[in-house]
Design a protein around this ligand. Structure first.
Ligand SMILES: [Zn+2]
Length: 99
């Protein structure tokens, strides 16, 4: 079984298995985040995952979710993003292909 080593902000180094880890990927982005529940303190932790980390985790069989955004965004960013979009068609397309 593949062991994934990471760190908990409270407990320090922890070892996880692929079933303990979940990837959160943004559609169209190479990087994302991974999350895990610390086996010692039980808190859910999230870490940024570079493209390389994403590739490695996927290769080891980690489950993933496609999420709309992978990080907290500000009102200003939302406003800018909304202006960039020409309607909501892109999102409907995304949702339709997600089944
Ligand atoms: Zn912990």
């Amino acid at each position: 079984m593949t062991t994934i080593r990471t760190t908990c902000t409270t407990c320090g180094d922890v070892e996880l298995t692929t079933s303990d880890v979940g990837l959160e990927l943004s559609a169209g982005a190479d990087a994302g985040r991974y999350r895990f529940d610390c086996p010692f303190c039980g808190t859910t932790q999230r870490r940024p995952a570079s493209q390389r980390v994403v590739s490695v985790l996927l290769a080891t069989g980690v489950a993933y979710d496609i999420v709309a955004t992978v990080s907290a965004i500000t009102e200003e960013e939302i406003e800018t993003f909304s202006k960039d979009l020409d309607g909501q068609g892109w999102f409907q397309e995304l949702a339709a292909s997600d089944s």
